[in-house]
Design a protein around this ligand. Structure first.
Ligand SMILES: [Zn+2]
Length: 235
């Protein structure tokens, strides 16, 4: 995986690593899957800070007292949260997805970290933009200090949405009178609009639905779909 700079452990899992959710899909092996995958990043799975994601634009600052919330049971995860930010070292943040986009935000100079869950609802509510604004205020960082990277997500080739999204804005694509959303293009625009340099944004070209054999996809698999983890920690 490409580097976002020194001092950061980060990565995202794929289907081969197994289901990482304690709530969605077949979760009997999820803790073991997390332990094995996170070990490769140098992260202790028992320290993980997880959120009960609700497709909102709610952002939560994570402090040392949150360590381990949601690590061993879904009940203890941070409620009603879709973005996590911290400047504390040794606190691993986690977002779980199957088609939705995960976004890593990192400012090596501070250092400060953000991890965002952006589906169509969160994207429409500008969650990544709001997260950058909060990080700038709280950590006193400049836009040019920030680097951004995207996890695997569903792309406009496969992500058809209803007419209720016809005013979605940037990232909405119309084909044969149907509407499609490209989560990466939409969020990349929000990040650029916050002043992050283009060369500091790394896009991965994966579509989770097209490459369903390698990634979990809610659109392809429905309610039984497992979740991939995106995890990051300041070292
Ligand atoms: Zn696709």
């Amino acid at each position: 995986m490409e580097s976002l700079g020194q001092g950061l452990a980060w990565g995202f899992s794929n289907r081969e690593d197994g289901n990482m959710s304690l709530f969605y899909g077949e979760s009997n092996n999820s803790l073991g899957n997390r332990e094995k995958f996170l070990r490769t990043l140098g992260i202790d799975y028992k320290d993980l800070v997880c959120a009960k994601q609700i497709h909102s634009n709610q952002i939560r600052y994570v402090s040392d007292s949150d360590k381990g919330k949601g690590a061993l049971s879904y009940d203890t995860a941070l409620a009603d949260t879709d973005a996590l930010i911290t400047n504390k070292k040794g606190l691993p943040l986690a977002i779980f997805t199957a088609d939705c986009l995960s976004i890593f935000l990192y400012a090596e100079t501070i250092p400060a970290l953000g991890l965002v869950h952006a589906g169509r609802e969160g994207t429409r509510e500008n969650i990544v933009s709001e997260t950058i604004i909060q990080m700038q205020k709280r950590f006193n960082l400049k836009a040019e200090d920030l680097k951004a990277c995207f996890g695997p997500a569903i792309r406009s080739c496969c992500y058809e949405v209803g007419r209720d999204f016809k005013d979605f804005g940037y990232g909405l694509i119309k084909r044969d009178s149907r509407y499609y959303i490209d989560l990466i293009e939409a969020n990349k625009k929000q990040i650029l609009d916050r002043g992050i340099k283009k060369e500091n944004i790394r896009v991965c070209g994966i579509c989770t639905s097209c490459e369903n054999d390698r990634f979990f996809s809610f659109r392809k698999e429905g309610r039984s779909s497992g979740r991939m983890i995106s995890a990051a920690m300041l070292k």
